[in-house]
Design a binder for this molecule. Structure first.
Ligand code: SF4
Ligand code: SF4
Length: 357
């Protein structure tokens, strides 16, 4: 997931008109943080896996290649790296890579946590891991196990979270809103409190990887999504993160991501749509200068929701879902209540279904 750095809110117009609407995105010399999708293997087989774990025929970067890339980030003055997968701990050298970043980069990790026992949690704390983002797809054990295709996965994830919290590591639980967990979403938000987690993320379902293949079973219409989200009561001490109206951010201007094979794709949710070059052949900052990457950072969007522009300080919503449903990187985000125009988000465009077969 992407944590959005918020832009300062715009000033009202000279005539006192509301402070919203198109504005130039800030021009960064380099992204705030880099997401490293370090592998494409996992011990689970989730129906909604965007990485389509296990499907790639291309080799992942080796330990030495990732260390060379980390050296490049440090030399360029990057401060923040976010690791995800696949499941990062499924890679035997992952702790070695974390140790390589120690005291040079601020590190957060997205994981399903089932491979985190008491001793690993203590080692992660010693390695300075600031926060774990743990994929837990439902508060009902049977639904979690159905989504991961792995009996016992709910108990295993919860055990990993408890080990992390006992070691003093902050945990955000991440759920993806789908037809399976929408009826129990309040229970899911309450679960964050029960598990001593200070953040809960409710993420949208993206038509990528196996989620695309299972779209008919998992997807919801926008009104169904909003009905699940509206009226949620967030327990005290817990922060809810979501990216629907009025918080539909366009964070393309600040992000970078690299796939397990070394392709620079800007954001993990763009991995099937763009490729700005491979970091084993050129520097990340050379790929940052790719014309399409520059266009996506420029807030070049045909229309946007005034409310979301005001709360997020950015313009037009998520570029990945806009492209998926329209084939245009400049289109408004159809997950926006102002721009959905009756589009049934349960139905994927023909071209996307062809791509996925
Ligand atoms: S746990 Fe995450 S990486 Fe593993 S299969 Fe499920 S979605 Fe993919
Ligand atoms: S595609 Fe762009 S707007 Fe969407 S989550 Fe990624 S960085 Fe943010």
């Amino acid at each position: 997931m992407n944590e959005i750095v918020r832009l300062p809110l715009p000033m009202p117009g000279p005539d006192g008109s509301p402070a919203h609407g198109p504005r130039p995105a800030p021009k960064l010399e380099k992204p705030f943080k880099v997401t490293i999708c370090v592998n494409q293997t996992c011990s689970m087989d989730c129906k909604l896996c965007y990485a389509d774990c296990g499907a790639s025929k291309r080799p992942e970067l080796t330990t030495a290649q990732w260390k060379t890339f980390i050296d490049e980030l440090i030399a360029e003055g990057f401060l923040h790296v976010f690791f995800e997968g696949g499941e990062p701990f499924h890679r035997p050298d992952f702790e070695e890579l974390l140790a390589y970043c120690y005291r040079k980069l601020f590190v957060a990790v997205r994981t399903h946590a089932t491979l985190i026992d008491e001793s690993r949690a203590k080692r992660l704390k010693a390695l300075g891991i600031g926060r774990l983002y743990v994929d837990l797809f439902a508060a009902i054990p049977e639904i979690q196990d159905e989504l991961t295709c792995q009996p016992g996965s709910y108990d295993a994830v919860v055990a990993g979270i408890r080990h992390a919290r006992a070691a003093g590591i902050k945990v955000t639980i991440l759920g993806i809103l789908s037809a399976k967990n929408a009826p129990h979403l309040q229970h899911y938000v309450d679960l964050a409190k029960e598990l001593d987690c200070d953040q809960v993320g409710v993420l949208r379902l993206y038509p990528l990887g196996r989620a695309r293949k299972n779209w008919a079973e998992l997807s919801l219409t926008l009104p169904e999504m909003m009905a699940a989200l509206n009226g949620l009561k967030v327990p005290p001490g817990v922060q809810l993160m979501q990216s629907w109206h009025p918080k539909d951010g366009n964070c393309c201007w600040q992000t970078a991501a690299v796939t397990p094979q070394g392709d620079s794709v800007g954001c993990p949710y763009m991995r099937e749509y763009v490729n700005y070059g491979n970091v084993t052949e050129r520097s990340l900052l050379e790929t940052w200068d790719h014309p399409l990457y520059r266009q996506l950072r420029a807030n070049d969007v045909e229309d946007s929701c005034p409310d979301c522009s005001t709360t997020q300080g950015t313009h037009g919503g998520c570029r990945s879902t806009a492209y998926a449903f329209t084939g245009r990187f400049t289109a408004p985000d159809p997950y926006c209540t102002h721009h959905n125009n009756g589009e049934d988000l349960r139905v994927l465009p023909e071209w996307l279904l062809r791509e996925g077969t």
